[in-house]
Design a protein around this ligand. Sequence first.
Ligand code: SF4
Ligand code: MG
Length: 334
Amino acid sequence: SKPLLEVKDLKIYFPIKKGIRQKVASHVKAVDGVSFTINEGETLGLVGESGCGKSTTGRGVAQLLKTTEGKVLFQGESLQELSVKEMRSRRKDMQLVFQDPYASLNPRLTVEQILAEPLKAHGVERNKRRKLMEDIMEVCGLNKNYLHRYAHEFSGGQRQRIGIARALILKPKLIIADEPVAALDVSIQAQILNLLKDLQEGFGLTYLFISHDLSVVQHLCNRVAVMYLGRIVEIGEADKIFEKRLHPYTESLIDAIPISNPRKRKERIILQGDVPSPVDPPKGCAFVGRCPKVMAHCHTERPELMEHSDGHHVACHLYSLENKSVEVSSCSES
Ligand code: SF4
Ligand code: MG
């Protein structure tokens, strides 16, 4: 299958202004050179702790905030080069589902008003709207009698179904889902994840699925990209990421997944400290302050993302050629 979305060396910097003249003193490098591709019908999970730049990446892809550098190609077309009007028409094919269904749906609107809004915005005639609304409610597991009820009358899970229905009503190709189950009770999470999976099959959807929780992406994603401090540190097939994770950060995230049998836990990495500031990131590897496997040159040299094995890329000196040659030379000396 062909790529639906290609993100090339995307950078999103936010200026920090200082002083009376509001000169730009420095930048928050929220996204600092991110590249990935998502093929049609595929799900890419974008994972990492909060503050790693996942949501900013998602919003940058959707052109909801200004990108500083790099390219976002959607169906081969560079989105940054489109006019506002052209982008508005592309938005039909690219929809977002947000984390908090309480915040993202206006509680004073009825379900009908919520679902009609995108239809109106994209010029769907009034007499066709009702049928589209009822159809999308049905596939999202909502009773069509709910159309006249207000968003505030619903539970979190039902609200997220309304949010998903709103995102899907224009039959988009790409859904950017930013922590779509993080605000929901655990018992409801699986229902919403199953719904997203069914909808993907039914509509041939492509997902960029953003989550801080690896257990959530595990069963939904074909590929996983792990972000740390504005960069991708590991990307590959989901199976490989879970079985043969390479980056110590990925390892710590996987170790944080609760498992039923605690005896399976041997040398578990427990993350200490916080993500460093993107204003003044470490010079070498960004993970240096928290990494249990840190080496001397990790402090000075930034590891680049390199292919380790088929389609599995990692940015860590443990796998870089220089480090391998260090190992070889130290072996031959002894
Ligand atoms: Fe740890 Fe060094 Fe690898 Fe960074 S480059 S993750 S500090 S071993
Ligand atoms: Mg976020």
